[in-house]
Design a protein around this ligand. Structure first.
Ligand code: AOF
Ligand code: ZN
Length: 359
């Protein structure tokens, strides 16, 4: 199963909206087949493993990180493929919460007389497929907020100048976060001040399987009044982009061909929960927020942020520079307390991963 988890990782940049799953077939103590989820519409992990094993699949044990599907989706059911190939035993990491599967794959296998075990390394699968699982179980994507700051908690000079606070290694790490996300979310303020492209760039990836640009993360801008210039970097190139705006916002002719989604105005902006629900409806599992203090503060205060990934550079930007979050708190009772999940050195910078503490 550990081998299946590692194989699954090879599909993490291209499987979406499908979960990236791994499968290993073992017979007489030898691996006879291996597979991982191919780009959506392509083979699921089990089918790839069965194809690579050929006749050797008969009588084997299949180790699969996620319950084999039981439904006819973009591809035929894997439970039936395993049965047809004569697999003797199936060991599953985690049950697939997709309502079209949800135990159906396991019961198909049991009904065909296959020996089924569930729950091996389930905790690791929970971590590996966190976004997919959250969307299936709760109807919303996982939201991770990425921030790069100086040691004194600043993200840009007062002028907006911010390139670069962190080093090249940290920025390479961010490319991986982008590549594994279904959408990268930012605010109009960041688009206007940084002209960020939010792209996943080939040069940062060696022998990993990246999809073509048109299937990489959707670049999403919360742009209440549709102020994004049509020349903005975030709208260029083959990687898709989407503008989220308030109903009735005037759309200039130059934005007519840009994909847009309208929301009711809530206060003076868009509602974080509605944004996430709309992205879940587009089958987004993982959202990466890379924005300035206003949108990051609003998302954090909405209680919808699952993780904070903070890069801290050994530099002082001074007291006139911009703060990390717009969080107008006055009392200790308002403070948001976080729980540390991981901390590591990346080049000259430190990366902290926190989760918000939920009641
Ligand atoms: C598996 N093996 O490798 C994956 C599974 O539309 P389809 O046919 O591609 O099915 C997508 C659903 O199948 C997806 O939502 C999830 O429930 C399951 N993913 N199942 O047996 C795999 N990736
Ligand atoms: Zn399947």
């Amino acid at each position: 199963m550990a081998r299946a988890l590692r194989l699954a990782d090879r599909g993490k940049y291209w499987a979406r909206p499908n979960p990236h799953v791994g499968c290993v077939l073992v017979r007489d103590s030898a691996i006879v087949g291996e597979g991982f989820t191919q780009p959506a519409g392509g083979d699921h992990a089990e089918v790839m493993a069965l194809k690579s094993a050929g006749d050797a699949a008969r009588g084997s044990t299949a180790y699969v990180t996620l319950e084999p599907c039981a439904h006819e989706g973009r591809t035929p059911p894997c439970s039936q493929a395993l049965i047809k190939a004569g697999v003797a035993r199936v060991v599953v990491g985690l049950r697939d919460p997709n309502p079209k599967v949800d135990g159906g794959g396991l019961s198909d296998l049991v009904a065909a007389g296959i020996d089924v075990t569930e729950g091996l390394m389930a905790d690791q699968v929970e971590l590996q497929l966190a976004g997919f699982l959250l969307r299936q179980r709760r109807g919303r994507p996982r939201l991770r907020i990425k921030l790069a700051m100086s040691l004194d908690g600043r993200t840009a000079m007062a002028s907006g100048e911010s390139q670069w606070i962190t080093g090249a290694d940290a920025r390479r790490d961010v490319q991986r976060l982008r590549a594994e996300s279904c959408a990268i979310l930012t605010g109009i303020g960041t688009v206007l001040s940084d002209d960020c492209a939010l792209t996943v760039r080939d040069a940062f990836f060696d022998d990993e399987f990246l999809p073509p640009p048109e299937r990489r993360a959707l670049r999403v801008v919360t742009d209440t009044h549709l102020r994004t210039p049509s020349s903005a970097a975030v709208l260029q190139g083959a990687q898709p982009s989407l503008l989220l705006h308030a109903q009735g916002a005037p759309c200039t002719a130059s934005l007519a061909n840009v994909e847009r989604l309208a929301f009711p105005l809530v206060g003076d902006g868009l509602d974080p929960a509605q944004i996430l629900a709309a992205l879940a409806a587009r089958e987004c599992n993982e959202i990466l927020l890379e924005s300035g203090p206003t949108l990051a503060g609003a998302m954090l205060q909405s209680g919808l942020a699952d993780q904070l990934i903070v890069y801290i550079a050994p530099v002082l930007l001074g007291s006139r520079a911009r703060p990390l979050f717009e969080l107008p708190f006055d009392r200790m009772a308002e403070a948001l307390r976080l729980r540390l999940l991981d901390r590591r050195q990346i080049g000259a910078d430190q990366r902290f991963v926190f989760e918000s503490q939920k009641a």
